[in-house]
Design a protein around this ligand. Structure first.
Ligand code: BDP
Length: 665
């Protein structure tokens, strides 16, 4: 399959003012990653400025002002890991970094200045990333399919073979350019051949892949099957406290690390949606995770253990069991029981990547456990990369959220960066939205989520809006109207998607299995624990202390805020409370009128978005616009479907008419 270079497709600048800086690169010592940084800089300078940027050996490793112009790589141990300081002085630009990855990230920052035609004459910019692991999770299967993939098939696997080729390198370049330093290439649901990834069938290819990634400062991770001792090793058990099982894992890891020395470690989905796990043997998740952690410890491996553990065999009549509580109930009691090379990976919301969810209370509840936030840029519930839905504003809110874990340093960002609890094994992971489509993400605007995830994770001082604008500029160039229009569309797209889909934090209402398109009762009488409980009087799940008690698993003052209808924010009202359709929101509208209004507005907003894009289409490459048009049409079609199904459903249930008398069926 053909592939494009996304935001790394460089455009020639004919009028760049500061070309003289880019004549040469002075380097003293180099290694694999610094070599990559040099090559990347040379490539960009050649393609953007048309200059052959020579590499010159700099024996004393210091910058030489007034003598020679150029870019100096200067090692400086005072700069934190993976950080850099770029500044200009006289005729030179200095990139200082504390380690080789710092040079690589500094180079990509400098390249962005070129891509955006910005002067570097007064550049003085220092960035030290706070989140240690910035990771992608691919849900790619070995047959080449992708679970929740909306951009074609896998570019890692095909017909149970691993593919390592030039696209692998392009992928690594894209990741490194936005600061992503780790990736899991296979689906968390490890079945069939995927179990064999830790066998000699696949070692050669994995080693080759890991070594390409290493050039770009990226660590390869794999998802693991907890039942591998049985399925691969032929044992009769996978009990984490069974000596035979423990020995099997230890020996297996020796073999794995001998063959793939750069492997970062493993991601595990256990006791979740039918996957095997320690519960089968009456053991805890700490028993399971620690067994694996001990096996990988000699190789500095990490075990990333997912907290997406809940009862997926619920009876819809049961109003006591609450899926939202499951993460907290399962993992809070285990706080402090995990080894230091275990990280718990926790989804942002307590349910599952809905367009709006509260932040999971588990983050405010763990004091002695390494944590990693899991978000989803694959748009499973947010339009499946046919609809525009720029998710970085959501992630920005998540990262800024105060958990009240302690008096200070209590935001999600402070927790997953390790600052809150003084930890080093922490991070952020996004379920990836890529596939082998030529533009990587299906919808061209979905690439903003991939780019934005990396940038938000690396660059602690930039906003979702800065990132959107930056992505538009590095991808589509410098036309002002185009930049403003697309940035504005991206920034409004998540709220618009929310307007025409499930209202006020209730979520779901999608077609079962594939999760695309409206179906209000699709999950209402099912076993997945995802209900809206609407009747003729009202809607919502009572998760207050009178209901499932979920609301009071938060730290104060969050518990009180969510527990009361009066103080619960509108956008989460139906997640926490069952209210009547005539209940008046903080906005002054009744719940039913809010539902009608947002759904009519949502469709209108999609129409406006399409008009705005049409106006600037001449500034987009024709192929890009042509790929976008059918998706925009599909977004509009489905937005109308959502509007009409939701409005009709609630009109029929409640019998309450729309005060504005618009068409409801
Ligand atoms: C759900 C997806 C399912 C995943 C699961 C998970 O529908 O395909 O396997 O999450 O995160 O959102 O494990």
């Amino acid at each position: 399959m053909e592939y494009e270079k996304a935001w790394l497709k460089y455009h020639r600048l004919s009028n760049y003012k500061d070309c003289t800086f880019f004549c040469c690169i002075y380097v003293r010592e180099s290694d694999l990653v610094i070599e990559t940084a040099i090559k990347e800089l040379q490539l960009a300078v050649k393609e953007i400025l048309g200059i052959d940027c020579d590499r010159i050996h700099n024996p004393n490793g210091r910058e030489e002002y007034n003598m020679n112009s150029g870019i100096y790589f200067v090692a400086d141990q005072s700069i934190q890991k993976e950080g850099y300081h770029i500044y200009a002085k006289e005729q030179v630009i200095v990139i200082q970094a504390g380690d080789s990855k710092g040079f690589l990230y500094g180079v990509f920052e400098l390249i962005r200045y070129l891509q955006r035609n910005q002067s570097v004459r007064n550049i003085d910019y220092k960035m030290e990333p706070d989140i240690p692991y910035r990771m992608l999770n691919h849900w790619d299967n070995l047959d080449g399919s992708i679970e929740r993939g909306y951009a074609g098939n896998s570019f890692f696997f095909q017909d149970n073979e691993i593919m390592v080729n030039e696209r692998t390198r392009m992928y690594a370049r894209l990741l490194a350019s936005v600061g992503i330093n780790a990736t899991v290439i296979n689906n968390v649901n490890v079945k069939d051949c995927a179990t064999d990834l830790i066998s000699d069938m696949y070692f050669d290819k994995l080693r080759a892949m890991a070594s390409i990634f290493k050039e770009y400062g990226i660590q390869l991770f794999l998802s693991l099957n907890f039942a591998a001792p049985m399925e691969l090793g032929g044992l009769h058990s996978a009990d984490p406290l069974n000596e035979e099982v423990r020995t099997w894992w230890k020996e297996k890891m020796v073999e794995v690390y001998q063959n793939i020395p750069n492997l970062g470690g493993f991601l595990i989905k256990a006791d979740s949606e039918g996957r095997p796990g320690p519960f089968t043997y009456g053991r805890t998740h700490a028993d399971g995770a620690n067994m694996l952690a001990e096996a990988v410890a000699p190789f500095e491996g990490l075990i990333i253990w997912r907290c997406f553990v809940y009862n997926c065999q619920q009876d819809w009549r049961d109003k006591v069991t609450d899926r939202a509580r499951a993460g907290y109930d399962n993992f809070k009691p285990l706080d402090g029981k995990f080894l230091d090379n275990v990280i718990l990976q926790i989804k942002n919301g307590p349910m599952d990547f809905q367009v709006r969810e509260p932040i999971t209370p588990l983050f405010g509840a763990l004091h002695h456990t390494n944590q990693m936030l899991e978000v989803q840029i694959a748009q499973e519930y947010t339009g499946q990369q046919k609809h525009i839905c720029y998710l970085i504003p959501m992630f920005e809110q998540i990262l800024q959220f105060h958990t009240y874990l302690q008096d200070q340093k209590d935001t999600i960002r402070e927790i997953i960066s390790g600052q809150a609890l003084n930890q080093k094994n922490c991070g952020i992971a996004a379920v990836a939205n890529t596939g082998n489509d030529s533009n990587w993400t299906g919808h061209d605007l979905a690439a903003a989520n991939l780019y934005g995830f990396g940038r938000l994770a690396y660059q602690k001082d930039c906003t979702a809006e800065d990132i959107a604008r930056e992505w538009v500029e590095v991808t589509f160039g410098s036309n002002k109207e185009m930049i403003t229009t697309i940035t504005d569309i991206l920034m409004r797209s998540w709220p618009i998607y929310e307007q025409y889909t499930a209202p006020l934090g209730i979520g779901w209402m999608v077609n079962p299995n594939h999760h695309y398109g409206p179906n209000v009762d699709g999950y209402e009488y099912d076993r997945w624990g995802t209900y809206h409980r609407a009747d003729h009087l009202g809607i919502g799940v009572d998760r207050s202390e009178r209901g499932t008690g979920y609301a009071i698993t938060y730290q104060e003052p969050l518990a009180s805020t969510y527990n009361s209808v009066e103080t619960c924010p509108d956008e989460l009202l139906l997640f926490f409370h069952h209210v009547s359709y005539t209940h008046i929101l903080k906005s002054g509208k009744s719940v039913i009128q809010h539902i009608y209004d947002t759904h009519f507005d949502g469709v209108e907003n999609v129409e406006n978005m399409m008009k705005a894009l049409d106006k600037i289409k001449e500034y987009l490459p024709l192929a890009v616009y042509n790929r976008m048009v059918p998706r925009l049409e599909e977004q509009l079609r489905l937005a109308k479907e959502w509007r009409d199904q939701i409005n009709t459903y609630f009109y029929r249930k409640s019998g309450i008419i729309d005060t504005k008398n618009r068409t409801i069926y």
